[in-house]
Write a protein that binds this ligand. Structure first.
Ligand code: ATR
Length: 282
């Protein structure tokens, strides 16, 4: 019997994770079965318990259950990795044979790996702008700070939320870390601009001054899909040198979860290339 894994979400039918993990398993010769599980709202904890009784070894957690997964792993008998604790959210669960659950968050590591390894864009010494102050922004902050940027600014439609997030993460920052409103960005410029807002989901553009895209910058949208996101369109119109959507982050966070479960890091290069070709073909 192959080892059992799943992704829990609502909705989950369009998740690429079963395909990604099936390809990783084939590539590394690991005997595992990975499936998508639609979890009713509410019903997350029951779905996890049921999966464990079926012999589940590990799971990914997606929208809208990452915070609930965090609370589950905070409870007695379970464990959180330091990066999941800092993120306040869990996207990867590992079930131990003794009954405990380990909660990890591989999203930020996936983003950083995509930027640095796949796109060849080193973050050390760069001026980073993180747009958004919700769960997605919080989830990637620690790994970004660990790359030693020269500054990190969090900017959000609701400035107070950006300021609160900056204050909460200040003890982890070796560089200036500040929170601001989008209107405060006038006259500033950044080398790496990351859209972690939900605006692209609504197909909405953010009110961003053109000068924030410094020459040679990387504009990265955590969102991915068929067409160009409004944020990447804005970036392209200002002449931003490098544009990327979140497909690479998706594949890299999966590779990081696979490493946690199986002790092997799969090669992501060929799979990412194939997914890109399919994305472009629509
Ligand atoms: P997630 O878990 O995806 O981060 P979230 O916690 O609801 O979701 O956070 C959504 C983020 O997107 C917030 O930073 C939100 O800004 P506010 O804090 O001002 O609400 C931002 N956001 C969503 N829609 C937006 C839009 N149309 N324009 C600008 N920011 C938007």
């Amino acid at each position: 019997m192959p080892d059992l894994y799943a992704v829990f979400g609502h909705p989950v039918a369009h998740s690429k994770s079963p395909r990604i993990h099936a390809e990783f398993a084939a590539q590394t010769g690991q005997a595992l079965h990975y499936e998508a599980r639609l979890v009713p709202l509410p019903g997350f904890v029951d779905a996890v318990r049921q999966f464990v009784t079926e012999g589940g070894r590990g799971a990914n957690v997606t929208v809208p259950f990452k915070e609930e997964a965090f609370r589950l792993c905070e409870s007695p008998g379970n464990t959180l990795t330091p990066r999941a604790r800092q993120a306040g959210a869990v996207n990867t669960l590992k079930f131990s044979p003794q009954g405990g659950i380990l909660g990890d968050n591989t999203d930020g590591a996936g983003l950083v790996r995509d930027m640095e390894t796949n796109l060849g864009f080193s973050l050390a010494g760069r001026r980073i702008l993180l747009l958004g102050a919700g769960g997605a922004a919080r989830g990637v902050l620690t790994p970004l700070l660990e790359r030693q940027p020269s500054q990190l600014t969090i900017a959000n439609r609701t400035a107070a939320k950006a300021k609160t997030l900056a204050t909460a993460f200040a003890p982890l920052a070796a560089c200036p870390l500040s929170g601001a409103g989008l209107e405060d960005l006038v006259g500033q410029a950044f080398d790496v601009l990351i859209n972690a807002t939900a605006a692209s989901l609504e197909n909405a553009a953010l009110p961003l001054p053109a000068e924030i895209f410094a020459p040679g910058c990387l504009a990265y949208d955590l969102m991915y899909g068929k067409g160009e996101t409004p944020f990447l369109r804005q970036a392209r119109h200002t002449g931003a040198a490098h544009l990327a959507d979140g497909l690479g982050m998706l594949v890299e966070q999966a590779a990081e979860a696979f490493l946690l479960w199986r002790g092997l890091r799969p090669d992501t290069h060929a799979l990412l290339h194939r997914l890109r070709v399919e994305q472009t073909a629509g």
